[in-house]
Design a protein around this ligand. Sequence first.
Ligand code: FE2
Ligand code: FE2
Length: 467
Amino acid sequence: MTTPGHKPNAAEPAPLDPVALLKGIVSLRRLTGMYPPGHPAIEHKLSEVDESVQRHLRDAPALRLDVIHGIAHVDGVEFRHDSDTQTQILRELTDLGVDSIHFRPGVSRQELLALSECLWQVKEDGSLAAQLAARNVDHVSLGRLIALDTRWRTAQWPEAPTGPLDPAYEESLALTERTFEDVSRGKGVDLATVRDVVQLLIRKIAGSSVALSQILAVKLYENLTYCHSVNVAALSLLIARQLQFDDDTIGAIAEAALLHDIGKTRIPLDVLKKPGALDKRERALMEAHTTYGAEILVEVDGVGPLTPTVALEHHRSLEGSGYPDIGRGVVPHLMSQLVSVADIYEAITGARSYQDPAMPEQACLILARLAGTKLNTALVKAFVNAISFFPIGSVVRTDRDELGVVVRTTAGDPLHPIIALVGDGYRSTPGEIDTSLRDPSGAYLRHVLETLRPLEGMDVNVFLAGA
Ligand SMILES: [Fe+2]
Ligand SMILES: [Fe+2]
Protein backbone atom coordinates (compact mmCIF):
# COMPACT_ATOMS: atom_id res chain seq x y z
CA MET A 1 0.00 0.00 0.00
CA THR A 2 1.30 3.48 -0.76
CA THR A 3 0.63 7.02 0.17
CA PRO A 4 -1.89 8.32 -2.35
CA GLY A 5 -0.29 10.28 -5.16
CA HIS A 6 3.08 8.70 -4.60
CA LYS A 7 4.29 5.76 -6.69
CA PRO A 8 7.34 3.94 -5.44
CA ASN A 9 9.80 2.83 -8.10
CA ALA A 10 11.77 -0.37 -7.94
CA ALA A 11 14.82 1.15 -6.25
CA GLU A 12 12.82 2.83 -3.56
CA PRO A 13 11.27 0.71 -0.81
CA ALA A 14 7.54 1.18 -0.35
CA PRO A 15 6.86 3.85 2.24
CA LEU A 16 5.54 2.73 5.55
CA ASP A 17 1.80 2.21 5.77
CA PRO A 18 0.98 3.57 9.23
CA VAL A 19 -2.45 1.99 9.32
CA ALA A 20 -1.01 -1.47 8.63
CA LEU A 21 1.61 -0.95 11.33
CA LEU A 22 -0.92 0.36 13.85
CA LYS A 23 -3.12 -2.60 12.99
CA GLY A 24 -0.16 -4.86 13.72
CA ILE A 25 0.36 -3.20 17.08
CA VAL A 26 -3.33 -3.46 17.93
CA SER A 27 -3.35 -7.18 17.00
CA LEU A 28 -0.18 -7.79 18.96
CA ARG A 29 -1.77 -6.12 21.94
CA ARG A 30 -4.76 -8.47 21.74
CA LEU A 31 -2.57 -11.53 21.25
CA THR A 32 -0.46 -10.73 24.32
CA GLY A 33 -3.71 -10.50 26.28
CA MET A 34 -5.01 -13.82 24.92
CA TYR A 35 -2.01 -16.12 24.83
CA PRO A 36 0.78 -16.99 27.25
CA PRO A 37 4.18 -15.35 26.69
CA GLY A 38 6.20 -16.95 23.93
CA HIS A 39 3.17 -18.27 22.04
CA PRO A 40 3.93 -18.63 18.31
CA ALA A 41 1.06 -16.30 17.37
CA ILE A 42 2.64 -13.56 19.46
CA GLU A 43 6.13 -14.21 18.10
CA HIS A 44 4.89 -14.16 14.52
CA LYS A 45 3.05 -10.83 14.88
CA LEU A 46 5.95 -9.39 16.86
CA SER A 47 8.33 -10.20 13.98
CA GLU A 48 6.03 -8.44 11.54
CA VAL A 49 5.79 -5.28 13.65
CA ASP A 50 9.50 -5.33 14.46
CA GLU A 51 10.41 -5.67 10.80
CA SER A 52 8.37 -2.74 9.61
CA VAL A 53 9.56 -0.48 12.46
CA GLN A 54 13.22 -1.38 11.83
CA ARG A 55 12.84 -0.94 8.06
CA HIS A 56 11.58 2.59 8.54
CA LEU A 57 14.25 3.42 11.12
CA ARG A 58 17.05 2.30 8.79
CA ASP A 59 16.85 5.55 6.89
CA ALA A 60 14.85 7.84 9.12
CA PRO A 61 15.93 9.46 12.39
CA ALA A 62 12.72 8.32 14.08
CA LEU A 63 9.31 6.87 13.38
CA ARG A 64 6.45 9.00 14.55
CA LEU A 65 2.90 7.72 14.23
CA ASP A 66 0.28 10.26 15.24
CA VAL A 67 -3.47 10.12 15.04
CA ILE A 68 -4.62 13.70 14.62
CA HIS A 69 -8.33 14.38 14.22
CA GLY A 70 -8.87 10.73 13.40
CA ILE A 71 -6.27 10.58 10.61
CA ALA A 72 -2.99 8.70 10.80
CA HIS A 73 0.21 10.69 10.24
CA VAL A 74 3.71 9.33 9.64
CA ASP A 75 6.48 11.66 10.74
CA GLY A 76 4.05 14.56 10.59
CA VAL A 77 2.72 13.73 7.09
CA GLU A 78 -0.95 12.95 6.76
CA PHE A 79 -1.82 9.49 5.49
CA ARG A 80 -5.27 9.46 3.99
CA HIS A 81 -6.69 6.06 3.38
CA ASP A 82 -10.40 6.06 3.72
CA SER A 83 -11.71 2.78 4.95
CA ASP A 84 -13.74 1.54 7.84
CA THR A 85 -10.87 -0.65 8.98
CA GLN A 86 -8.64 2.39 9.32
CA THR A 87 -11.26 4.21 11.38
CA GLN A 88 -11.73 1.20 13.63
CA ILE A 89 -8.04 0.67 14.24
CA LEU A 90 -7.38 4.30 14.95
CA ARG A 91 -10.36 4.47 17.22
CA GLU A 92 -9.19 1.44 19.17
CA LEU A 93 -5.93 3.21 19.89
CA THR A 94 -7.39 6.59 20.71
CA ASP A 95 -9.94 4.91 22.96
CA LEU A 96 -6.99 3.54 24.89
CA GLY A 97 -5.82 7.12 25.31
CA VAL A 98 -3.00 6.79 22.78
CA ASP A 99 -2.80 9.25 19.91
CA SER A 100 0.90 9.05 19.23
CA ILE A 101 3.49 6.31 19.20
CA HIS A 102 7.05 7.39 18.59
CA PHE A 103 9.87 4.91 18.00
CA ARG A 104 13.51 5.85 18.21
CA PRO A 105 16.44 4.01 16.63
CA GLY A 106 17.65 1.20 18.82
CA VAL A 107 14.14 0.06 19.72
CA SER A 108 14.28 -3.66 20.43
CA ARG A 109 11.88 -6.51 19.82
CA GLN A 110 11.63 -6.84 23.59
CA GLU A 111 10.52 -3.22 23.90
CA LEU A 112 7.85 -3.73 21.24
CA LEU A 113 6.54 -6.71 23.15
CA ALA A 114 6.54 -4.75 26.42
CA LEU A 115 4.68 -1.94 24.63
CA SER A 116 1.88 -4.26 23.54
CA GLU A 117 1.62 -5.80 26.98
CA CYS A 118 1.38 -2.36 28.55
CA LEU A 119 -1.29 -1.40 26.02
CA TRP A 120 -3.24 -4.50 26.99
CA GLN A 121 -3.21 -3.55 30.66
CA VAL A 122 -4.10 0.07 30.08
CA LYS A 123 -7.74 -0.39 30.99
CA GLU A 124 -6.89 -1.42 34.52
CA ASP A 125 -4.23 1.17 35.09
CA GLY A 126 -3.93 4.31 33.00
CA SER A 127 -0.32 5.18 33.88
CA LEU A 128 1.20 3.98 30.62
CA ALA A 129 4.32 6.13 30.80
CA ALA A 130 5.17 4.75 34.22
CA GLN A 131 4.55 1.18 33.06
CA LEU A 132 6.81 1.64 30.05
CA ALA A 133 9.51 3.22 32.18
CA ALA A 134 9.27 0.41 34.74
CA ARG A 135 9.90 -2.09 31.95
CA ASN A 136 12.89 -0.16 30.63
CA VAL A 137 11.19 0.76 27.39
CA ASP A 138 13.02 3.92 26.50
CA HIS A 139 12.97 3.88 22.71
CA VAL A 140 9.20 4.18 22.50
CA SER A 141 7.02 7.01 23.76
CA LEU A 142 3.29 7.35 23.75
CA GLY A 143 1.34 10.54 23.45
CA ARG A 144 -1.74 11.49 25.42
CA LEU A 145 -1.19 9.21 28.31
CA ILE A 146 -4.31 10.02 30.20
CA ALA A 147 -7.29 7.96 29.19
CA LEU A 148 -9.85 10.60 28.28
CA ASP A 149 -12.98 10.30 26.28
CA THR A 150 -12.65 10.71 22.55
CA ARG A 151 -15.14 13.45 21.77
CA TRP A 152 -12.11 15.65 21.06
CA ARG A 153 -12.32 14.83 17.39
CA THR A 154 -15.03 17.36 16.80
CA ALA A 155 -13.91 19.88 19.39
CA GLN A 156 -12.86 23.35 18.38
CA TRP A 157 -11.91 25.26 21.47
CA PRO A 158 -11.95 29.02 21.77
CA GLU A 159 -8.54 30.55 22.50
CA ALA A 160 -9.44 32.05 25.87
CA PRO A 161 -12.19 31.74 28.47
CA THR A 162 -15.55 32.90 27.21
CA GLY A 163 -18.63 34.23 28.91
CA PRO A 164 -18.82 36.83 31.61
CA LEU A 165 -15.62 36.62 33.63
CA ASP A 166 -14.90 37.82 37.11
CA PRO A 167 -13.66 41.42 36.53
CA ALA A 168 -10.40 40.97 38.48
CA TYR A 169 -9.67 37.73 36.64
CA GLU A 170 -10.42 39.36 33.31
CA GLU A 171 -8.11 42.26 34.13
CA SER A 172 -5.32 39.89 35.21
CA LEU A 173 -5.62 38.00 31.95
CA ALA A 174 -5.42 41.20 29.91
CA LEU A 175 -2.41 42.53 31.85
CA THR A 176 -0.58 39.22 31.65
CA GLU A 177 -1.27 38.81 27.95
CA ARG A 178 0.22 42.26 27.31
CA THR A 179 3.25 41.56 29.51
CA PHE A 180 3.96 38.27 27.73
CA GLU A 181 3.50 39.83 24.30
CA ASP A 182 6.00 42.55 25.19
CA VAL A 183 8.53 39.94 26.28
CA SER A 184 8.02 37.94 23.09
CA ARG A 185 8.80 41.11 21.13
CA GLY A 186 12.10 41.42 22.94
CA LYS A 187 11.09 43.95 25.58
CA GLY A 188 11.96 43.31 29.22
CA VAL A 189 9.51 42.05 31.82
CA ASP A 190 7.38 44.93 33.12
CA LEU A 191 7.66 44.20 36.81
CA ALA A 192 5.15 46.90 37.83
CA THR A 193 2.44 45.14 35.82
CA VAL A 194 3.48 41.78 37.23
CA ARG A 195 3.07 43.22 40.72
CA ASP A 196 -0.37 44.59 39.84
CA VAL A 197 -1.45 41.13 38.71
CA VAL A 198 -0.03 39.55 41.88
CA GLN A 199 -2.05 42.02 43.97
CA LEU A 200 -5.21 41.27 41.99
CA LEU A 201 -4.61 37.57 42.53
CA ILE A 202 -4.05 37.91 46.27
CA ARG A 203 -6.68 40.53 47.08
CA LYS A 204 -9.47 39.71 44.70
CA ILE A 205 -9.19 36.47 42.77
CA ALA A 206 -8.22 34.10 45.59
CA GLY A 207 -11.30 35.22 47.53
CA SER A 208 -13.83 35.28 44.70
CA SER A 209 -15.85 32.13 44.19
CA VAL A 210 -16.79 33.27 40.69
CA ALA A 211 -13.13 33.80 39.72
CA LEU A 212 -12.04 30.54 41.32
CA SER A 213 -14.79 28.62 39.60
CA GLN A 214 -13.54 29.95 36.27
CA ILE A 215 -10.03 28.79 37.12
CA LEU A 216 -10.73 25.50 38.84
CA ALA A 217 -13.60 23.93 36.97
CA VAL A 218 -13.05 22.21 33.67
CA LYS A 219 -11.77 24.66 31.08
CA LEU A 220 -13.37 24.54 27.68
CA TYR A 221 -10.81 26.65 25.87
CA GLU A 222 -7.33 26.37 24.41
CA ASN A 223 -5.21 27.39 27.29
CA LEU A 224 -2.59 29.78 25.96
CA THR A 225 0.46 30.59 28.02
CA TYR A 226 -0.82 33.81 29.54
CA CYS A 227 -4.11 32.21 30.71
CA HIS A 228 -2.26 29.18 31.97
CA SER A 229 0.12 31.43 33.90
CA VAL A 230 -2.61 33.42 35.65
CA ASN A 231 -4.38 30.16 36.50
CA VAL A 232 -1.22 28.51 37.84
CA ALA A 233 -0.53 31.60 39.96
CA ALA A 234 -4.05 31.49 41.44
CA LEU A 235 -3.76 27.76 42.17
CA SER A 236 -0.31 28.15 43.71
CA LEU A 237 -1.72 30.86 45.91
CA LEU A 238 -4.41 28.49 47.15
CA ILE A 239 -1.80 25.91 48.14
CA ALA A 240 0.31 28.57 49.88
CA ARG A 241 -2.71 29.80 51.82
CA GLN A 242 -3.73 26.28 52.76
CA LEU A 243 -0.26 25.82 54.22
CA GLN A 244 -0.56 29.16 56.02
CA PHE A 245 2.59 30.68 54.59
CA ASP A 246 3.26 34.28 55.55
CA ASP A 247 2.24 37.15 53.28
CA ASP A 248 5.71 37.78 51.87
CA THR A 249 6.13 34.14 50.88
CA ILE A 250 2.65 34.06 49.37
CA GLY A 251 3.51 37.13 47.26
CA ALA A 252 6.79 35.57 46.15
CA ILE A 253 5.02 32.34 45.17
CA ALA A 254 2.36 34.18 43.16
CA GLU A 255 5.04 36.10 41.26
CA ALA A 256 7.14 33.02 40.56
CA ALA A 257 4.09 31.04 39.43
CA LEU A 258 2.89 33.84 37.18
CA LEU A 259 6.26 33.92 35.43
CA HIS A 260 7.14 30.22 35.51
CA ASP A 261 6.52 29.75 31.76
CA ILE A 262 7.78 33.15 30.58
CA GLY A 263 10.44 31.24 28.60
CA LYS A 264 7.67 30.06 26.25
CA THR A 265 7.69 33.55 24.76
CA ARG A 266 10.82 32.37 22.94
CA ILE A 267 9.23 29.21 21.51
CA PRO A 268 7.68 29.47 18.02
CA LEU A 269 3.88 29.40 18.13
CA ASP A 270 3.64 26.48 15.71
CA VAL A 271 5.56 24.33 18.19
CA LEU A 272 3.62 25.63 21.20
CA LYS A 273 0.29 24.93 19.55
CA LYS A 274 1.18 21.83 17.57
CA PRO A 275 -1.70 19.37 17.60
CA GLY A 276 -0.11 16.03 18.45
CA ALA A 277 3.14 14.84 19.90
CA LEU A 278 6.36 16.75 19.32
CA ASP A 279 9.34 15.28 17.53
CA LYS A 280 12.75 15.17 19.17
CA ARG A 281 13.88 18.59 17.93
CA GLU A 282 10.59 20.24 18.84
CA ARG A 283 10.62 18.58 22.23
CA ALA A 284 14.13 19.85 22.95
CA LEU A 285 13.01 23.33 21.94
CA MET A 286 9.95 23.15 24.12
CA GLU A 287 11.95 21.89 27.08
CA ALA A 288 14.28 24.86 26.69
CA HIS A 289 11.48 27.17 27.90
CA THR A 290 12.75 26.42 31.41
CA THR A 291 16.29 27.69 30.80
CA TYR A 292 15.03 30.54 28.61
CA GLY A 293 12.70 31.57 31.43
CA ALA A 294 15.50 31.60 33.99
CA GLU A 295 17.68 33.57 31.56
CA ILE A 296 14.97 36.17 31.01
CA LEU A 297 14.21 36.50 34.70
CA VAL A 298 17.74 36.83 36.07
CA GLU A 299 18.01 39.99 33.94
CA VAL A 300 15.01 41.60 35.64
CA ASP A 301 15.89 43.95 38.48
CA GLY A 302 13.72 43.54 41.53
CA VAL A 303 12.30 40.13 40.68
CA GLY A 304 12.05 37.73 43.65
CA PRO A 305 15.22 35.71 44.29
CA LEU A 306 13.44 32.41 43.67
CA THR A 307 11.46 33.48 40.60
CA PRO A 308 14.18 32.43 38.10
CA THR A 309 14.71 29.21 40.09
CA VAL A 310 11.05 28.23 39.74
CA ALA A 311 11.16 28.94 35.99
CA LEU A 312 14.20 26.69 35.73
CA GLU A 313 12.99 23.85 37.94
CA HIS A 314 9.22 23.55 37.53
CA HIS A 315 9.49 20.51 35.19
CA ARG A 316 11.87 18.68 37.48
CA SER A 317 10.47 16.07 39.80
CA LEU A 318 10.86 15.40 43.47
CA GLU A 319 13.04 12.38 42.72
CA GLY A 320 15.39 14.55 40.67
CA SER A 321 14.31 13.57 37.15
CA GLY A 322 12.70 15.77 34.50
CA TYR A 323 14.19 18.68 32.61
CA PRO A 324 16.38 20.63 32.23
CA ASP A 325 19.25 18.33 33.12
CA ILE A 326 20.87 20.14 36.02
CA GLY A 327 22.40 17.04 37.54
CA ARG A 328 20.85 13.75 38.50
CA GLY A 329 19.13 13.74 41.83
CA VAL A 330 19.06 17.53 42.23
CA VAL A 331 15.81 18.10 44.10
CA PRO A 332 13.88 21.24 43.15
CA HIS A 333 13.29 24.01 45.66
CA LEU A 334 10.07 23.68 47.67
CA MET A 335 8.65 26.67 45.82
CA SER A 336 9.29 24.96 42.47
CA GLN A 337 7.68 21.80 43.84
CA LEU A 338 4.61 23.79 44.81
CA VAL A 339 4.27 25.46 41.42
CA SER A 340 4.69 22.04 39.73
CA VAL A 341 1.56 20.73 41.47
CA ALA A 342 -0.51 23.70 40.30
CA ASP A 343 1.09 23.52 36.84
CA ILE A 344 0.20 19.87 36.25
CA TYR A 345 -3.37 20.28 37.46
CA GLU A 346 -3.82 23.33 35.28
CA ALA A 347 -2.38 21.64 32.21
CA ILE A 348 -4.55 18.54 32.44
CA THR A 349 -7.78 20.38 33.15
CA GLY A 350 -7.18 22.61 30.11
CA ALA A 351 -8.28 21.76 26.58
CA ARG A 352 -5.99 21.28 23.62
CA SER A 353 -6.99 21.13 19.99
CA TYR A 354 -6.45 17.39 20.11
CA GLN A 355 -7.51 16.67 23.64
CA ASP A 356 -10.52 17.04 25.86
CA PRO A 357 -9.81 18.55 29.25
CA ALA A 358 -9.71 16.20 32.22
CA MET A 359 -12.37 16.73 34.85
CA PRO A 360 -11.08 18.05 38.19
CA GLU A 361 -11.58 14.76 40.02
CA GLN A 362 -9.60 12.89 37.35
CA ALA A 363 -6.87 15.51 37.60
CA CYS A 364 -6.77 15.13 41.40
CA LEU A 365 -6.40 11.37 41.02
CA ILE A 366 -3.54 11.87 38.59
CA LEU A 367 -1.82 14.19 41.08
CA ALA A 368 -2.35 11.61 43.82
CA ARG A 369 -0.71 8.99 41.62
CA LEU A 370 2.30 11.22 41.06
CA ALA A 371 2.63 12.07 44.75
CA GLY A 372 5.70 10.65 46.44
CA THR A 373 7.72 10.15 43.28
CA LYS A 374 7.22 13.09 40.95
CA LEU A 375 5.37 15.42 43.30
CA ASN A 376 5.64 16.29 46.96
CA THR A 377 2.87 14.40 48.79
CA ALA A 378 2.27 17.13 51.39
CA LEU A 379 1.83 19.70 48.64
CA VAL A 380 -0.56 17.48 46.69
CA LYS A 381 -2.63 16.95 49.84
CA ALA A 382 -2.70 20.67 50.56
CA PHE A 383 -3.79 21.31 46.98
CA VAL A 384 -6.57 18.73 46.96
CA ASN A 385 -7.80 19.96 50.34
CA ALA A 386 -7.77 23.55 49.11
CA ILE A 387 -9.64 22.95 45.87
CA SER A 388 -11.37 19.63 46.65
CA PHE A 389 -12.13 16.95 44.07
CA PHE A 390 -15.20 18.85 42.98
CA PRO A 391 -14.12 22.49 42.95
CA ILE A 392 -16.43 25.49 43.19
CA GLY A 393 -18.29 25.99 39.94
CA SER A 394 -18.21 22.33 38.89
CA VAL A 395 -21.43 20.88 37.53
CA VAL A 396 -21.91 17.54 39.28
CA ARG A 397 -24.34 14.64 39.48
CA THR A 398 -25.11 12.80 42.71
CA ASP A 399 -25.96 9.14 43.22
CA ARG A 400 -29.59 10.25 43.66
CA ASP A 401 -29.41 11.59 40.12
CA GLU A 402 -29.52 15.19 41.26
CA LEU A 403 -27.78 17.79 39.15
CA GLY A 404 -26.01 20.59 41.00
CA VAL A 405 -23.33 23.26 40.90
CA VAL A 406 -20.68 23.16 43.63
CA VAL A 407 -21.02 26.42 45.56
CA ARG A 408 -18.85 25.70 48.61
CA THR A 409 -16.37 23.02 49.56
CA THR A 410 -16.42 21.20 52.88
CA ALA A 411 -13.27 21.64 54.97
CA GLY A 412 -11.52 18.30 55.43
CA ASP A 413 -13.92 16.45 53.12
CA PRO A 414 -12.89 17.13 49.54
CA LEU A 415 -15.37 14.59 48.14
CA HIS A 416 -18.54 16.08 49.67
CA PRO A 417 -19.14 19.70 48.72
CA ILE A 418 -22.25 21.84 49.10
CA ILE A 419 -24.16 22.04 45.86
CA ALA A 420 -26.90 24.29 44.52
CA LEU A 421 -29.44 22.10 42.77
CA VAL A 422 -30.03 22.98 39.15
CA GLY A 423 -33.66 23.85 38.47
CA ASP A 424 -35.70 23.74 35.29
CA GLY A 425 -34.16 25.64 32.42
CA TYR A 426 -30.80 25.63 34.22
CA ARG A 427 -31.34 29.23 35.31
CA SER A 428 -32.28 28.96 38.97
CA THR A 429 -31.85 26.74 41.97
CA PRO A 430 -34.59 25.19 44.08
CA GLY A 431 -32.11 25.05 46.98
CA GLU A 432 -28.78 23.87 48.31
CA ILE A 433 -27.75 20.44 49.48
CA ASP A 434 -24.90 19.60 51.80
CA THR A 435 -23.52 16.32 50.42
CA SER A 436 -21.40 15.82 53.55
CA LEU A 437 -24.50 15.10 55.69
CA ARG A 438 -24.70 11.58 57.12
CA ASP A 439 -27.46 9.41 58.51
CA PRO A 440 -27.50 8.30 62.19
CA SER A 441 -25.32 5.27 61.36
CA GLY A 442 -22.64 7.56 59.96
CA ALA A 443 -23.21 6.74 56.27
CA TYR A 444 -23.34 9.60 53.80
CA LEU A 445 -26.82 10.45 52.57
CA ARG A 446 -25.49 10.92 49.07
CA HIS A 447 -22.28 10.93 47.08
CA VAL A 448 -21.19 13.06 44.21
CA LEU A 449 -20.70 10.66 41.34
CA GLU A 450 -19.08 12.73 38.64
CA THR A 451 -18.38 16.10 37.13
CA LEU A 452 -20.20 16.99 33.93
CA ARG A 453 -19.34 19.52 31.31
CA PRO A 454 -21.32 22.72 31.80
CA LEU A 455 -24.61 22.17 30.03
CA GLU A 456 -25.72 24.04 26.93
CA GLY A 457 -27.42 27.29 27.92
CA MET A 458 -26.26 27.11 31.52
CA ASP A 459 -24.50 30.02 33.22
CA VAL A 460 -22.71 28.67 36.27
CA ASN A 461 -22.28 32.21 37.64
CA VAL A 462 -26.02 32.38 38.32
CA PHE A 463 -25.62 29.64 40.91
CA LEU A 464 -22.53 31.17 42.48
CA ALA A 465 -23.95 34.67 42.78
CA GLY A 466 -25.73 33.92 46.03
CA ALA A 467 -23.00 31.66 47.40
FE1 FE2 B 1 6.49 24.91 31.89
FE1 FE2 C 1 3.36 25.67 32.98
